[in-house]
Write a protein of this length. Structure first.
Length: 387
């Protein structure tokens, strides 16, 4: 089977990339091991989607079909330091409709999956798993475990942090473990959140409450490994009490609606985002600390940028040409590096228990809060990717 572009991995970034090419002349193959599953109740995987990516998902025909009853806007955000520091963000003050939207991963995944399944220029190969990768001057060949041979002028690796394609291509990664896990769970709240997100930089990690519909919220606690394991092992009532206390009972008593789960955290940087006939997007290309909530936003912008590079190619232009792929890599380098180093720096800044350092970092939060121009500029960059 021959394709112009072969996407390996139909997660959020990979499926969005394929959907963004629906109006192109390119013949696209998508390789995925299994179709997405919709959990009963609420998905523990909750994302904050920036305005820039609301626009992207709208452009590719996804956003307008999502179930609004399962989504919540963020109008305000409170960030609390570990020693009296505080920083407040307001959509209204920044001239924005909202700071972000909070919704389930599987809600987006199912709509993306349905879109690429009916897309005229996409062949969805599922279930399918890669077995070997070969590259030469004119094309790349991916052999599947079931014996099928797929030939493409460009392979796009969207197969996650442990990317098989990235490893098969020999692209080196630099991992910096945080010795932390992200603990996630969803709760029903006694008090209304009023579409406000909360974040606390605590001595035992970074705790975030993200608003969900119907007076519910999603919790993300980036905690040291030992504490994370302890939190996941707690019975529901004890977990609710622990999380409510850690948030200063800001939303009152809590009731667990989705069991706690944990995943290890690390900073991951790759030596190369592109090679001849190969490009990395999403978690295959980068991993950041979740305290900024920008992981999937980076992935969506990777998909948008690469798709824009390929969408209007003339027939004679090779989508796997290295000069074209390098333009994509350059376009994505600034935002990715900025968010990687900013989140890494914040994690390191708030980790030490040194009282002098605690005073300085909390002073920084309070000073930023006193300068609306600076504070609002930070918000605009976070939601749109530019000041």
């Amino acid at each position: 089977m021959k394709f112009d572009v072969l996407v390996v991995g139909a997660g959020l970034a990979g499926a969005a990339f394929a959907a963004a090419l629906r109006g192109s002349r390119l013949k696209i193959g998508v390789v995925e091991s299994r179709p997405p599953a919709r959990p009963q109740g609420w998905d523990p995987r909750i994302y904050a989607i920036s305005q820039a990516n609301v626009a992207f998902l709208s452009q590719i025909g996804i956003w307008q079909h999502l179930d609004r009853s399962r989504m919540a806007p963020v109008y305000d955000m409170e960030i609390h330091g570990d020693s009296g520091g505080r920083l407040d963000f307001s959509a209204y003050d920044c001239g924005l409709r909202e700071l972000a939207w909070i919704l389930e991963s599987s809600l987006m995944q199912h709509e993306l999956w349905a879109t690429i399944k009916r897309q005229h220029n996409v062949s969805l190969l599922c279930p399918a798993e890669p077995a070997s990768l070969q590259q030469d001057a004119s094309h790349a060949t991916l052999s599947l475990k079931d014996g099928r041979q797929l030939e493409a002028r460009l392979i796009v690796a969207a197969d996650g942090r442990e990317s098989w394609i990235r490893q098969a291509a020999g692209i080196q990664v630099r991992n910096t473990p945080y010795d932390e896990k992200g603990v996630v769970a969803n709760f029903r709240c006694a008090l209304p959140h009023r579409d406000t997100a909360f974040q606390w930089f605590r001595p035992d990690g970074v705790l975030a409450y993200l608003p969900l519909p119907d007076q519910q919220m999603s919790m993300v606690w980036s905690a040291p490994d030992a504490l994370a394991d302890e939190l996941v092992a707690l019975p529901p009532e004890a977990l609710c009490a622990r999380v409510a206390e850690a948030g200063g009972f800001r939303l009152g008593e809590l009731e667990l609606i989705t069991p706690a789960a944990a995943f290890p955290l690390r900073l991951m940087r790759v030596n190369e985002v592109v090679r001849p006939r190969l490009a990395l997007i999403g978690d295959a290309a980068h991993a950041i600390h979740p305290l900024s909530g920008h992981g999937i936003n980076l992935g969506y912008q990777d998909a948008r940028t690469l798709a824009a590079q390929l969408a209007d190619l003339p027939d004679w232009r090779d989508p796997g040409d290295l000069s074209l792929l390098r333009a994509y890599a350059r376009a994505r380098a600034e935002e990715t590096a900025l968010l990687q180093y900013t989140t890494h720096g914040l994690n390191r800044l708030f980790k030490p228990a040194n009282p002098l350092l605690a005073g300085l970092r909390n002073l920084g939060l309070n000073l930023t809060n006193q300068f609306p121009v600076l504070r609002n500029s930070l918000v605009r960059y976070a939601v749109s990717g530019h000041f």
